[in-house]
Design a binder for this molecule. Sequence first.
Ligand SMILES: [Fe+2]
Ligand SMILES: [Fe+2]
Length: 256
Amino acid sequence: MLPVKDIEDFAREEKKDADSVIHDFGHLKRTATGAAWFVRILGGSREDEELAYVAGLLHDIVRPNTEKVCHAEASAERTREILRNFGIGPETAERIVLVVRDHRKPAKWRDALHQSVFLADKILEQMGAYVVFRRAYYIGECFDFRDKPFRESVTKHFRRRLEKFRPEVFPARFRKLVEYQYSWVTDFFRDFHSGMNYAETLARFCYDAGRTHSMLLEECIKHYEPVSYRDREIKDEALKYIEGRKFREFEGFVRS
Ligand SMILES: [Fe+2]
Ligand SMILES: [Fe+2]
């Protein structure tokens, strides 16, 4: 048994006043929940569900506000140290460290645990209605966009992320879930690109909140006032996800 509650408290404390709000404790906790869910769906053991949860809590424990350093390597090193301080034996600790180290891109997966944080981070936290808010917020807070105008930054960042999308890196049984999640982002970007008012309004609201850190991302989603049915749908879906009310529906998209 791992001291999960203590590690959770530690991560929460560590992320107080974090540089990057989109990588705050909320992101860690949702990734942890998602990672444990993926282990269960993939038929992993209860013990591995717990390890996945801890790996999720620590996967972005080091996360500066730039893409110019590899935060996965840095977080893996820090995870090793944290787990040692919690008295966790090296064998268990190294399994968690590996998950953290490989959460950014596809690897030669050893088992469900190894893949779990990658899947949760990419499919649940970097896709879906929620990520429309998250991404616009991130562009506001990211140092790499500091000197660039709003519209150009949003277009450039969304386009780059869409170009990087490779559905084949995910197991075939999650294809439908990935498509569902991804369509929220592509639809939004299409509307933003064609100048639709709701898309501009939503992106601007989150971008400003990210830039000023006037509110956290979750508050930003809750406070956003939709201007059309479409952004109301995006907001409702994002809220359902952050409140943990989407998992049953997600299960319906997974092929057995
Ligand atoms: Fe990460
Ligand atoms: Fe992450």
